[in-house]
Ligand binder design. Structure first.
Ligand code: BES
Ligand code: ZN
Ligand code: ZN
Length: 499
């Protein structure tokens, strides 16, 4: 993706123009220059019944002599309390990029709408435009042999601003960094589980650390065992691959600057282990490292955008497979902080690897906030569906920051009740806690959250369950069929807005 800023409204050098239409508003005003050259535009617009409804869009051919260009118009929908929600714009842009790809058009001019339409700043709108243009163009097609199955992803766009404003190039650059890394994260998630094992993802983190001068520590399986990380080592016991614990550190603040901790679940394939999943539930379990990928990606962006905070990212990586060496229901594991858990179900493995990573984080860093991201429970996916990640925390100030970051970034979250009443659900008769909730308490997303709460001491901590939002989210035009990269935009926003 190449994006430049332009201040000239002529599009004669471009094969297409993208324009956004508010519902019920006339676009003719925006298209004055084009209508002067192509007088048939109003007729064709009328014919296409384009009214600017959210989700609508059309591609209108512009013909002069033997030259063909395209006018692509998508709908922004209606104002709500005097403004159009930014998410409408994200989706209208996503739709426009998909229309470009369908027509195999490689480059286009974009009339970036006025920021006041959304009640936002120009900087914010340019940044969102760049992020979403990148995200919408992404498709996982590297294993497709037939070129006809592919669409152009490396588009060249020219953002035309009204009124002209060249000082926005910083926002453009930031948006492109974010959009490109979100797609890189999606690519890692979309890779087949044989192509992305713990060692491969750890290597990607190493490359990023080297390229952007982040401190990196990678613990290998023997060290993980020696440190007493029985959760991570236990989950890895059934796999022939070694598990890893990757720690990335960014130093952006001076002395006394706040330090944030990010932890991401990195199960590169979740079969369920001996508590084997049914075939259908296993189909998409290559996505079970989405939290880890998002956290590593967020660090790559943070290293480039340089917010004035310190950030440490901890990523436990393992496969979860059944074998003669796998942990068994009934086994008891001891974690890095000394606590023990009875494993009643080997498919509740995410909390076991997170327990060690969270314990390590709170022991070795003085954290102002700790946020973990995990494809943790089917229960959360059922409770909230694919559009909101579950947010669990007992720290209202942190909840508020996360909600604001979610709103501004587009990675939406919804709080679940996280009351101590649920705590008893994970009591065990034989160990400190049990890795599955007692059936009487139901609420599997929340009881999983309370399992994790045993490993964070008194650090302000929030848990995000992204089981429903990480993969195969329907109807959102700027996603495609596989990974969404959920969490990257949110964590970056959180770090950039931390004060
Ligand atoms: N990785 C799964 C959760 C998941 C489900 C992620 C669907 C994405 C989509 C997790 O490890 C798991 O299997 N959880 C179990 C927990 C249960 C055994 C208590 C679940 O949700 O069924
Ligand atoms: Zn599982
Ligand atoms: Zn899992």
């Amino acid at each position: 993706m190449k994006i430049t800023l332009s201040t000239t409204r002529s599009i004669e050098h471009m094969p297409a123009l993208l324009v956004f239409m508010e519902q019920g508003a006339a676009v003719e005003e925006q298209l004055k220059e084009q209508i002067a050259l192509y007088p048939h535009i109003p007729l064709l617009l009328n014919e296409a019944k384009m009214q600017g409804k959210a989700g609508s869009g059309c591609a209108i051919p512009l013909i002069k002599g033997d030259s063909l260009k395209w006018l692509i118009i998508t709908g922004l929908g209606e104002r709500h309390k005097a403004i159009i929600p930014v998410e409408n714009y994200r989706r209208a842009l996503g739709k426009a990029i998909k229309l470009l790809q369908q027509h195999k058009i490689m480059s286009a001019a974009v009339y970036v709408p006025d920021a006041s339409l959304f009640g936002q700043t120009k900087e914010y709108i340019i940044k969102q435009t760049a992020i979403i243009a990148c995200m919408a163009a992404y498709r996982f097609d590297e294993y497709m042999s037939n070129p006809e199955c592919k669409v152009p992803q490396d588009l060249t766009l020219e953002f035309i601003l009204m009124p002209p404003a060249e000082e926005l190039s910083k926002s453009l650059k930031e948006g492109m960094i974010i959009g490109k890394v979100v797609n890189k994260v999606r690519h890692w998630i979309d890779l087949p589980p044989a192509a992305l094992t713990p060692i491969e993802l750890a290597d990607k983190a190493k490359q990023i650390a080297d390229a952007h001068h982040l401190k990196i520590t990678v613990y290998d399986e023997p060290e993980i065992k020696a440190m007493g990380m029985g959760g991570l080592a236990g989950v890895s016991a059934g796999s022939e691959q070694n598990c890893k614990l990757v720690i990335l550190e960014y130093q952006g603040g001076g002395k006394g600057a706040p330090t944030l901790g990010f932890v991401g679940k990195g199960i590169t394939f979740d079969s369920g282990g001996l508590s084997l999943k049914p075939a259908a539930s296993m189909e998409t379990m290559k996505d079970d490292m989405s939290g880890a990928a998002a956290v590593i990606g967020a660090m790559e962006i943070i290293a480039q955008l340089k917010p004035a905070v310190n950030v440490v990212a901890l990523v436990p990586l393992s496969e979860n497979l059944p074998s003669g060496t796998a942990i068994k229901p009934g086994d008891i594991l001891r974690f890095y902080n000394g606590k023990t858990a009875e494993v009643r179900n080997t498919d509740a493995e995410g909390r076991l690897i997170l327990a060690d990573a969270l314990s390590y984080a709170v022991k070795h860093y003085k954290l102002d906030a700790l946020v973990d991201l995990a494809t943790l429970t089917g229960a959360c996916a059922y409770a909230l569906g694919p559009f909101f990640s579950g947010l669990m925390s007992q720290y209202p100030a942190l909840v508020e920051r996360i909600q604001l970051a979610a709103e501004s970034s587009g990675d939406r979250v919804w709080p679940l009740p996280f009351d101590n009443d649920y705590k008893k659900a994970i009591k065990s008769e034989v160990a400190d806690i049990c890795n599955i909730g007692n059936g009487k308490y139901k609420a599997g997303a929340i009881t999983a959250g309370f399992f994790l709460s045993n490993f964070v001491e008194d650090v302000p901590w929030a848990h995000l369950d992204i089981a429903g939002t990480a993969f195969e989210v329907p109807d959102i035009s700027y996603y495609s069929s596989g990974a969404t990269g959920v969490g990257v935009r949110l964590l970056v926003d959180l770090a950039l807005s931390w004060k």
